[in-house]
Design a protein around this ligand. Sequence first.
Ligand SMILES: Cc1cc2nc3c(=O)[nH]c(=O)nc-3n(C[C@H](O)[C@H](O)[C@H](O)COP(=O)(O)OP(=O)(O)OC[C@H]3O[C@@H](n4cnc5c(N)ncnc54)[C@H](O)[C@@H]3O)c2cc1C
Length: 302
Amino acid sequence: MAPRVLPAPAPTIRALLASGRRSFSFEFFPPKTDAGERTLWQAIRELEPLAPTFVSVTYGAGGSTRDRTIRVTERIATETTLTPLGHLTCVGSSRAELRQVIGAYADAGVRNVLALRGDPPGGVEETWEAHPEGLHHAVDLVTLVRQLGDFCVGVAAFPEGHPESTDPDIDARYLARKCAAGACFAITQFFFDADDYFRLRDRASAYGCAIPIIPGIMPVTNLSQIERMAQLSGAAFPPALADRLREVQDDPAAVRAIGVEVAADLTERLLAGGAPGAHFYTLNRSTATREVYQRLQLGARV
Ligand SMILES: Cc1cc2nc3c(=O)[nH]c(=O)nc-3n(C[C@H](O)[C@H](O)[C@H](O)COP(=O)(O)OP(=O)(O)OC[C@H]3O[C@@H](n4cnc5c(N)ncnc54)[C@H](O)[C@@H]3O)c2cc1C
């Protein structure tokens, strides 16, 4: 029998970042319904021509989207030209279960994993408790993923500080531990003040963490949705921006125009200050991200 011809492995994000070019990437979430699946794939197809460095797929709270996350990530790996990054959290999983998911990513041809602790199933207000046979912190997951294969591992970072933390310096120290454990890049929570990002980067660097920290950018398209998300993630939503959006909240195009302008201005400031690129939270829609691209004249990155 002729030997099976294996597809060329997708590049790692480590290798893509090492090229020295700026990294632009998009985040999607796994949909719950067939209609949501169609919306997601329309967004993926519309964003694919922009040739992002990578695209990421979130892992639902409590591991609730485990199978859907793996399925969407695998489909991106096999049916598109995009490089996928699969998210993974420690929530509600034993070490053995985490090993299985990491194996499923490997089988699906996914070589990039974002290693996260995750939030308590009841939300950020609750106290975090690890699974009795699971992992306590993201750093432990970085170590586990690196032990199990030649994965490129990313981690989360928080320009406004993690909601459970009162000292940004301690946060930066834990970020540096994730670097030391083998993380090769970080992506931040969304934020609206570029100085928060620069302070985080400088603190991390002071603790010897030299990996690229990619700022997460949320182009606002819906005021109540973003206020809810900001509350859930502990991010501060600037009151002046909320007022501007409230004035036009019945006009979706006007809301999006403001969201795109703010996201583009923030991205421009970050890039000018040396940020290695930007990671756009798309909420499975393409329009706002494409408009930010257009404003910044980023074009396809081929
Ligand atoms: C880019 C990005 C993507 C995300 N994607 C998802 C997703 O797909 N699914 C999902 O459920 N959630 C997701 N989240 C949310 C994330 O899981 C939560 O914010 C979670 O609370 C923190 O995760 P972490 O990986 O930063 O955890 P950690 O690095 O473990 O940090 C959590 C808290 O513990 C502290 N800490 C860290 N290490 C130690 C230690 N050794 N000892 C004591 N304290 C320590 C930190 O300072 C921090 O306060 C994402 C967040 C970001 C920024």
